[in-house]
Design a protein around this ligand. Structure first.
Ligand SMILES: Cc1cc2nc3c(=O)[nH]c(=O)nc-3n(C[C@H](O)[C@H](O)[C@H](O)COP(=O)(O)O)c2cc1C
Length: 174
């Protein structure tokens, strides 16, 4: 007697759905975000703050103050469920050696389960490994892949990285 198993219904998209989440205070991270947007046409979530930081000096002073007082910086955008996305590009500057606190909070309060996260980070020079570690710790249910880091010291080539991504994410919907 044959044990007849019905075919499992497999629902599979033939394209990859992508999102781009980023924060940029002075435009360096935004430059890369704009190129990602042009290349992959993702759904874009630019995180903006209720009270913007302004230039470098005032930002550093305020951020340190907030860190000491444990004051929460309010982001205008609500955390979201991103679990339906295949790929999430995640862009940020390094602040105080890692991802800014408010961005960490936003990611913790969102759902990125099952996504492939591609971080792109800009900095003056430090925080490369620590920032990646923070992202990995915050998003244990995502695959962190193709990390891109650019600083004054390490001027990595964005175009080369994008070309690599195009091949890697062959089926991306663009
Ligand atoms: C509050 C604050 C803290 C920063 N901390 C660091 C740091 O720890 N290490 C570093 O290399 N750069 C640091 N920077 C520099 C930024 O990471 C760098 O200028 C980045 O490219 C800015 O990106 P954006 O133009 O997208 O905001 C800091 C900048 C600010 C405003």
């Amino acid at each position: 007697m044959t044990n007849f198993l019905p075919n499992k219904l497999i629902v599979k998209r033939d394209y990859m759905k992508s999102a781009l989440i980023y924060f940029s205070n002075t435009g360096n991270t935004k430059e890369i975000a704009d190129q990602i947007e042009k290349t992959f046409d993702p759904d874009v979530i630019e995180l903006t703050l209720e009270k913007p930081y302004g230039g470098f000096i005032s930002s550093v002073g305020r951020y340190i103050g907030e860190h000491i007082s444990k004051k929460k910086t309010q982001i205008k955008q609500n955390p979201q469920d991103f679990s339906d996305y295949d790929v999430v590009f995640l862009g940020s500057p390094v602040w105080a050696g890692t991802l800014p606190n408010f961005l960490q909070d936003y990611l913790k309060e969102s759902n990125l389960t099952g996504t492939t996260v591609v971080p792109f980070i800009t900095a003056s020079g430090t925080g490369k490994e620590a920032t990646l570690k923070t992202i990995e710790d915050i998003l244990p249910d995502s695959e962190i892949k193709n990390y891109f880091f650019k600083s004054m010291r390490e001027k990595n080539d964005v175009d080369a990285w994008l070309n690599y991504l195009k091949k890697d994410f062959n089926g991306i919907d663009s």
